[in-house]
Each structure stands twice: as structure tokens, then as C-alpha cells.
Design a protein around this ligand. Structure first.
Ligand SMILES: [Zn+2]
Length: 454
């Protein structure tokens, strides 16, 4: 520990902003009572230091442009969510609730990647525990090194020794830099350690993965400051009771944030799910009412998902509305539309909606399937299991067109659906000829009902 006099500063628990004095309200993020006092030692000695040569300005026409060569992680889902592989020198935060499988995913990537040296640093588990997990997953990469360490200076000493191609830190909350006197997991520590990792990544071109545990309110590692410091924020989510795990990108300097990766948790690790529709469409022996299939898009990938609804008479005065995986306000809007435009009386009904598989859908093309599922339950009438839907519904009950209609139709066709219901305005530009699937196009909600419930 350094002998310099300790100073304290105040940090916002929400956004990580630093203040010299305590204040009731954080002026950076506007939250109240979020400032905590932590010891900081000034004259911070940087743990990762660059060689003495300082950068010089260069004439812009002399700067050679190298198309960034991406590292193939031998994991298609992760590669795609990252935007086509790992960018050298990038800093990636992988967030998620404890126990969701973040360590398993990155350990698996470390063990399966081809021809790269990986240093996997864990402050959470011992080398023996990690070895046991590695044996279950299977070791293909003999250049995967495990280090049980939390001190950043000690980590960088090993990094210089091993010279890894990729560094994995599990987790950022366990790291500690000795340039600060506070304990691991405090905001100042997380901020400083992430800063050291960022400098290391940028100056050596080594990509660094940081695992971060998400707090109850859903923000990563408490301070949102981490999200600003890294290039990419990935979130690993899923229902503990389902085997599926979704990998989303919340921020990505090197690609789109619309991509979604899907895994299934198995005893041997995370299995990549390359055809999500197969797991999201539940297998059932007999038809049930209240089920409709929607052809949605997640990122650039079409996906057929099952919408389940239950409409029943309200026991108490005010009807209940509940929704899992779908925006409750949008559900209320759709219910108002069918009440007003199609004359269905739902005011006295409880309505429960669920998107199967624990997945969350924002795609408006699911509207029509939601309405169909609710009505199917309400009247206890089946929707043919070979029928699916891809259309948005407007306030006046009009069936609106959606984007990527060709991909949606093709996916439904590939999965053996016989009919897809779309907007009349989507038919133009959609090649309906040589298709096995029948495309039914409508402009009004009433006509859709006649078609599916007759
Ligand atoms: Zn704040």
C-alpha cells in the first residue's frame, strides 16, 4: 500500500460520478441519496503503463486503414452478437444475474477457440473448481490458462509472462487495484480496475472480456459508468426455470445491437441454438385454444414464436391484465382495439398473455398473433396449428405491413407452416408464386377473424 495521505471522495452508486462533497442529489444522473463516501489515494500510480514513446500527430492521408480483422471465437452465436467476431483491442462487458451462466459461456469459449492463447482470470472460483467445469465442457484448446487472482498488478505481471491473445476477467467486481485503498467491489475500485483493463486493451490490442454481475435493479455492476467505458455491453439473460439463455448486445461500437444469440444450458455447457424456432415452438399432441404463432424478427434473424393467452371472466370488479415477454401497454391498446373495432366485449375479462420460452419480443409484427391468441382463448376456438401471423395492427383496426416480410414467410415455410396471415400492403414485392405456403393478405381485422375462426 502506498504511504500517501488518504483522501476521500463521494461516488454516485447509480452512475459512478465523483464528487468532492456530499450532496443529496447526484447532478450527473439526477438520483437522490446515491452518494457514498470512499477512500481514494491521489497520485494514482498506473498499474498498466505503456512504453515511453508518446503518440505523434500523423497526416491523415498517411494513416493506413486496415480493415479490422475479427477474431473467430468458434461460437457462432457469440460471433454474431459481437458483430461478426471479436475486434482486437476491444473491451467487452458481459453482464447478467449471478448463476445465469456467464462464466460457463466464457470458459467454454476459452476452451473451444482454435489456435489462440487465452488467460482466464477468476476471482470467483479456484483453479480446481474451474478445472472440474472445464472437464465437463471438454478441453480442445491446450493454450487456455487459468489464474486465480484479484490483484490487477499481479494479473498484469502474469499477462506479460503469458502474453495471451484474449484476456477474460471473472468478475470485474472481484478485482482490486492497489492504487486505491478501498476494498474490491466498491465503485471507485470497479471504475479504476475497468480503466486499467481499458488501457491495457487499447495499448496492446488484446481483447478483454469483463464479466459483471448485475444488481437487482438490472443495471450492470451498480455504476453505469462501466457501460460508458467499454466498447460492447452484452447481457446474458434468461429464466432460471427455462433452459434457454439469450445473449443481447446493449451497446456495440463494432456492430448492430439488434442481434440476439440463443443458447440452451446443458450439463456440458451452453449449446448454441442455431434454429431458434424449433425450441420456441412448444411440442404439443393436441390443439389448445389461446395459442397463436407469430413470425417475428430478432436482429437479422426470423423466428417463429408461440403466443399464449388466457381470457377468463373477471372475478373481481376490475379486470386484470398481465403480460410476460410483451409490453403491457401495447397489450392494453390491442385489447381496446378489438373491443372498439371488432365489437368483442373484453371489459369484463381477465387477460393473461405469455410469450413461450421466456423470451421478450418488441417486434410490432407480433400484434396480430397476440389478438388472435386472446380471441382464441376468449371463444375457446382453436387456430389451425399450421397457421401463423406476421402483421402490425393499427389503432383503427387496420392490418399494417411489416418489414422483412420475405424472411418471415420463408422461415414459416421452412418450418412446415401451411398458411401465413399478412397485411394486404405487404403482398407487393412478396413472391407468392413458387411457394408451398399459402399467403393470406388482409387489410381489416374483421376479415382476419372470419378467416381464422370459420
Ligand atoms: Zn449519479
Amino acid at each position: 500500500m502506498s504511504k500517501t495521505k488518504n483522501k476521500t471522495a463521494f461516488f454516485c452508486k447509480n452512475c459512478g460520478a465523483e464528487y468532492a462533497k456530499w450532496m443529496g442529489k447526484c447532478s450527473a444522473c439526477g438520483e437522490w441519496n446515491t452518494l457514498v463516501e470512499e477512500v481514494v489515494t491521489k497520485e494514482v500510480k498506473k498499474v498498466w503503463t505503456k512504453d515511453k514513446r508518446a503518440s505523434k500527430p500523423q497526416a491523415i492521408h498517411k494513416i493506413s486503414f486496415k480493415k479490422e480483422s475479427r477474431i473467430n471465437l468458434n461460437n457462432n452465436e457469440l460471433n454474431r452478437v459481437l458483430g461478426g467476431g471479436l475486434v482486437p483491442g476491444s473491451l467487452i462487458l458481459l453482464g447478467g444475474e449471478p448463476g445465469i451462466g456467464k462464466s460457463t459461456l466464457l470458459l467454454q469459449v476459452s476452451l473451444k477457440v482454435k489456435g489462440l492463447k487465452i488467460l482466464y482470470v477468476s476471482g470467483e472460483e479456484s483453479e480446481q473448481q474451474i478445472k472440474m467445469r472445464a472437464d465437463r465442457i471438454g478441453i480442445d484448446n491446450e493454450d487456455c490458462f487459468i489464474l486465480n487472482e484479484t490483484d490487477t498488478q499481479a494479473i498484469f505481471t502474469q499477462v506479460k509472462e503469458i502474453d495471451p491473445d484474449i484476456l477474460v476477467i471473472d468478475s470485474i467486481q472481484t478485482l482490486q487495484t492497489n492504487s486505491l485503498d478501498t476494498s474490491a467491489g466498491t465503485i471507485s475500485q470497479i471504475r479504476e480496475c475497468a480503466g486499467e483493463m481499458q488501457r491495457f486493451a487499447k495499448e496492446t490490442g488484446t481483447p478483454v472480456f469483463l464479466i459483471g454481475h448485475i444488481t437487482k435493479d438490472g443495471s450492470i455492476a451498480g455504476p453505469k459508468i462501466l457501460e460508458h467505458m467499454v466498447d460492447t455491453v452484452l447481457q446474458f439473460e434468461g429464466d432460471r426455470h427455462h433452459g434457454y439463455r439469450l445473449l443481447r448486445s446493449l451497446k456495440n461500437r463494432f456492430g448492430s445491437t439488434a442481434e440476439l444469440g440463443i443458447y440452451e444450458m446443458e450439463s456440458s455447457g451452453m449449446r448454441e441454438v442455431s434454429n431458434p424456432s424449433e425450441i420456441l415452438l412448444l411440442q404439443r399432441d393436441e390443439q389448445t385454444s389461446g395459442v397463436a404463432i407469430a413470425a417475428t424478427m430478432e436482429g437479422g434473424r426470423p423466428m417463429l414464436i408461440e403466443v399464449q393467452a388466457l381470457a377468463s371472466s373477471a372475478v373481481y370488479g376490475t379486470p386484470q391484465r398481465s403480460s410476460t415477454g410483451f409490453d403491457i401497454r401495447r397489450l392494453n391498446m390491442l385489447l381496446a382495439i378489438i373491443e372498439k373495432r371488432a365489437g368483442f366485449k373484453l371489459g369484463q375479462k381477465d387477460v393473461f398473455l405469455n410469450i413461450a420460452g421466456g423470451i421478450r419480443v418488441d417486434d410490432p409484427a407480433i400484434d396480430l398473433a397476440v389478438i388472435a391468441a386472446v380471441l382464441s382463448s376468449n371463444y375457446d376456438r382453436f387456430i389451425n396449428e399450421k397457421t401463423c401471423f406476421a402483421a402490425e395492427v393499427g389503432l383503427s383496426g387496420e392490418i399494417r405491413s411489416v418489414n422483412f416480410i420475405d424472411q418471415r414467410v420463408s422461415e414459416a415455410e421452412k418450418l412446415g407452416f401451411e398458411r401465413i396471415i399478412v397485411s394486404k400492403y405487404n403482398v407487393k414485392g412478396l413472391n407468392a408464386e413458387n411457394r408451398k405456403i399459402k399467403i393470406l393478405a388482409f387489410s381489416k381485422l374483421e376479415d382476419v377473424f372470419k378467416s381464422i375462426f370459420s
